[in-house]
Design a protein around this ligand. Structure first.
Ligand SMILES: Cc1cc2nc3c(=O)[nH]c(=O)nc-3n(C[C@H](O)[C@H](O)[C@H](O)COP(=O)(O)OP(=O)(O)OC[C@H]3O[C@@H](n4cnc5c(N)ncnc54)[C@H](O)[C@@H]3O)c2cc1C
Length: 371
């Protein structure tokens, strides 16, 4: 018989939050496993050989509109302001991105533009498509052909290896157009970075004495299973790919040391057209680390490798719904709960996925809390 009340598969944000809650709120003995040699899932950061703190799986910018989430995480970390500034390098120039008034003025070579003039300009430029059916139509209907070709078309082709015509409107629709000079990447009320990094924050979160962390451990290796399981791994893998594999887009990261304190002006530069990589990231702008050198990460999208972005096609969606049906049955019959980006086959930001983790914990507490 296992000595644990619950097995949690995956020590990423979802697994860490649920483990911490089960231990601190229910006094459960928690077995927390991850097949990787480290915690924090894709939010993992570490010191590069040069001594510069890097984000191993792409830049992670923490942001939320929920004060309660920030308060919860503040038990495990102090914060520094999130300096999330992104520019787009196209036609040999750097433009503020997402598109704002300064982007429009620079792009259309205007001395000055205000909100009213910008709306007028885009009204002239945009294509009058009533109900956009795909990402291309969506962007054309908002900003017109010139901005679409400069900022969206090439980036989307590289990122997805698919034409925006073949992607749902929501894929490009997530990026805002701003009629002000706000040059921050995102609009959320709270934009902060853990002072000592994400790995340290999650390390503290799961340091509760009732949590047993087992790294380099795959779910398949666990023979004696506790009565309740939370699974944050890939849903198709759990069911032995019986309906086939769900499609994911992956990335490779090329980390390059530069012998200067800072190499680029801001944390992230997008390359919609030039170069094979989609973006270059200098996370030092966000971590605020003092170091004489810096590290730039170049991101190359690819078809195989670690699963990063679910590919938003109808075929994948339908396949996922079939797995979801199996997952619901598994929850009812065997008390296995599926939570997280891999388990729900959806791109979530950290704050969203942690909210899902709290929701799952609530269910666990109400169903089994008195055991
Ligand atoms: C390139 C990139 C950039 C991102 N940038 C941001 C950002 O700026 N801001 C933001 O809020 N979010 C960002 N995200 C999203 C963020 O990474 C996710 O929201 C978050 O990591 C999801 O947490 P999770 O616990 O669901 O999954 P993960 O972090 O993926 O953790 C799941 C864990 O489960 C483990 N696992 C899987 N299968 C098994 C198994 N069979 N046995 C044992 N262990 C297993 C994995 O090894 C992994 O460690 C980004 C994501 C990517 C890909």
């Amino acid at each position: 018989m296992t000595k644990y009340n619950i097995l949690i598969v995956g020590a990423g944000p979802v697994g860490s939050v649920i483990a911490e809650q089960c231990a601190s709120q229910l006094n459960w003995k928690v077995q927390l496993i991850d097949k990787r040699p480290h915690i924090a899932g894709n939010c993992y950061d570490r010191f590069h050989e040069s001594g510069v703190l890097i984000h191993q799986y792409g830049p992670h910018y923490f942001r939320t509109n929920k004060a309660s989430l920030l308060e919860y995480l503040s038990q495990f970390t102090e914060w520094i302001p999130g300096n999330y500034i992104v520019t787009s390098n196209t036609r040999g120039e750097h433009f503020p991105f997402p598109i704002n008034l300064d982007t429009l003025a620079q792009f259309f070579k205007l001395d000055h533009i205000d909100e009213e003039k910008a709306k007028q300009l885009l009204e002239e430029k945009r294509e009058k498509i009533e109900t956009p059916k795909n990402s291309e139509e969506f962007v054309l209907s908002r900003v017109g052909k010139e901005l679409y070709e400069a900022f969206y078309l090439g980036y989307t082709l590289k990122q997805w290896d698919m034409h925006p015509k073949d992607l749902a409107p929501s894929v490009c629709g997530r990026i805002p157009i701003r009629f002000n000079q706000d040059n921050r990447y995102v609009d959320h009320e709270f934009q902060f970075t853990p002072k000592d990094g994400f790995s340290k924050m999650f390390e503290k979160m799961i340091s509760h004495p009732l949590i047993d962390l087992q790294l380099n451990t795959d779910f398949k290796q666990i023979k004696e299973k506790p009565p309740i399981i939370v699974y944050s791994g890939a849903i198709d893998e759990y069911f032995d790919f019986q309906y086939g594999k769900l499609g994911w887009r992956s990335l490779s990261f090329d980390f390059q040391v530069k012998n200067e304190e800072y190499y680029q002006k801001n944390v992230q530069i997008n390359y919609p057209n030039e170069h094979k990589y989609t973006r270059s990231v200098e996370i030092k702008h966000v971590t605020g680390q003092k170091h004489p050198q810096t590290v730039i990460s170049y991101e190359y999208p690819k078809a195989t490798g670690d699963p990063y972005y679910p590919i938003p096609t109808t075929e994948n969606h339908e396949k996922y719904l079939k797995y979801k049906k199996l997952a619901d049955e598994e929850t009812t019959q065997n008390h296995v709960y599926f939570c997280g980006r891999l388990a729900e086959y959806k791109y979530f930001n950290m704050d969203e996925v942690m909210e899902n983790a709290f929701r799952t914990f609530k269910v666990l507490k109400s169903k089994y809390g008195n055991q």
